[in-house]
Design a protein around this ligand. Structure first.
Ligand SMILES: [Fe+2]
Length: 480
């Protein structure tokens, strides 16, 4: 009997269901096609996997407890495991058998006193997973990182970044690697009577120092930043907390519900000179942003590519998808270029008509001029996560991977091919939800022939909820 494939728009809802199953011992997976011989390493991915805590569904995509997935590729074979990050938050809630803490879009649980008790945020460790200085860290932007064993995925504990971070300090989920120095830079937003952004530098050996503490003039939400060989760049979109966020402080409102879009402020760009410590501010028209693409120095100019939204409507959209209602982004993001000039002016231009989120560039071009932007696009009438694409920032030309209806791709992770001399000599690794087939799979695409479809596909043992970010780590960097 033929089974009719489900190809309704509702299929994407599979990607917002909880996954509770942990496969702690690696299982070998079948490979369809042929894995490239130079893919020797592990793809780590993280995302919210527990959207329902003991019967209570979170309202926002950013809320759920983080689960790390590891796909180890070696000798043409694939091994998979996945575990939740055993954060304090998850352990306490598992012990209590109910939700306790607030999250991005959820206020703390219970009555007024219980909410007050749990008003300080606790990391869900669900946003990015990064290996640097010998440590695998699961990151979240409102707290300290959680360290995870890169082989077993067992949680080691919270990490204080060489003692630079107190228990209530935050560090973002978007550190940037400077390949020339091997340094990893990151920032953290600390709210209080005044809001400060700290800049952190971690050496290749894993030693962190706090380089600067910059005051910003309101309680901005800042998800990502940019790095060039000479500067760290903060893009401060006009979205943030009111001066006294009473509802948030008393547990009556969530962080997300406390945020306000204030376009009359414009979007500020703040640069920190890595050599001199000089801080400069540039004022641009208001736009909203989650992710930068990459940044570089162009003579005396600083160039920052990013995915720009016209407004903050996207925040509401992420509650719509969790409720099973949202489908298409109201004002989708497009790759754009900021040019900061020595005279203090800034210009913004759109690089392509292509809708693009989760932007990445080839590792060889980090902090340098890049020739390709990789990301996930949205077809005209499709769900916001749909198609892996490559964009030429110079011409705006776009190449798309073939996708069938009901197939949804997450972030595309570029892995530089052995001996690569150009930005398209990469393997592109993306987790795809094939909703009609009821499965998730890793697809390996060729950056030199994206449109030909995957060179290898690896079906996973379960549907992986839509995640956020991940990274490829070569076998030679990992313990055996
Ligand atoms: Fe992000």
């Amino acid at each position: 009997m033929l089974t009719e494939k489900r190809t309704t728009t509702e299929d994407w809802r599979l990607g917002f269901q909880s996954l509770e199953t942990e496969i702690g011992d690696g299982v070998e997976l079948a490979v369809e096609g042929t894995l490239p011989s130079d893919l020797e390493g592990t793809l780590f991915r993280v995302g919210p996997a527990r959207h329902d805590v003991y019967g209570e569904r979170y309202p926002h995509w950013f809320d759920g407890d983080g689960m790390v997935h590891a796909l180890r590729l070696s000798g043409g074979r694939a091994e998979y495991r996945n575990r939740f990050v055993a954060t304090d938050k998850k352990r306490e809630e598992d012990t209590a058998g109910r939700r306790l803490y607030g999250a991005f879009g959820a206020r703390p649980a219970g009555g007024p006193l219980a909410r007050l008790r749990h008003v300080l945020p606790k990391s869900a460790a669900n946003t990015n997973v990064v290996f640097h200085g010998g440590k695998l860290l699961a990151l979240w932007e409102a707290g300290r990182p959680w360290r995870v064993d890169p082989v077993t995925l067992e949680t080691i504990g919270e990490d204080d970044m060489s003692g630079t971070m107190g228990s209530r300090q935050a560090i973002s989920a978007h550190p940037k690697l400077d390949r020339a120095t091997g340094e990893m830079w990151n920032f953290g937003v600390d709210y209080g009577p005044s809001t400060h952004v700290s800049l952190y530098r971690t050496t290749a050996e894993g030693v962190t120092t706090r380089e600067a503490k910059l005051r910003i003039d309101f309680g901005a939400m800042i998800h990502d930043f940019a790095l060039t060989p000479t500067r760290a760049v903060l893009i401060v979109a006009p979205i943030g907390l009111p001066r006294i966020p009473l509802g948030l402080m008393t547990g009556q409102k969530s962080y997300g519900d406390s945020l306000r879009w204030m376009p009359s402020r414009g979007t500020a760009v703040v640069t920190y000179d890595r050599r001199t410590g000089e801080v400069r501010r540039y004022d641009a028209d208001a736009f909203m942003m989650f992710h930068t693409v990459n940044a570089f120095d162009d003579g005396d100019d600083v160039v920052v590519d990013l995915c720009a939204y016209g407004d903050a409507g996207v925040m509401r959209f992420f509650t719509e998808v969790m409720a099973g209602r949202g489908y298409r982004l109201p004002a989708p993001p497009r790759p754009s270029r900021l040019t900061l000039r020595p005279d203090g002016t800034v210009s913004r231009s759109q690089l392509s008509e292509t809708i693009l989120e989760f932007p990445r560039v080839a590792g060889r071009s980090l902090c340098q001029d890049h020739r390709r932007i990789y990301g996930v696009s949205q077809a005209e009438d499709d769900f916001f996560l749909s198609t892996p694409v490559a964009v030429d920032p110079e011409s705006g030309k776009t190449w798309s991977a073939p996708m069938e209806r009901g197939q949804y791709a997450g972030e595309v992770v570029p892995v530089t091919k052995t001996g690569a001399t150009s930005d398209d000599e990469v393997w592109l690794l993306t987790l795809v939800l094939d909703a009609p087939a009821g499965r998730s799979e890793l697809r390996v695409l060729d950056g030199e022939g994206l449109e030909a479809g995957p060179v290898a596909t690896i079906p996973l043992p379960h549907v992986v909820p839509f995640g956020f970010h991940g990274n490829w780590v070569r076998s030679s960097q990992l313990p055996s």
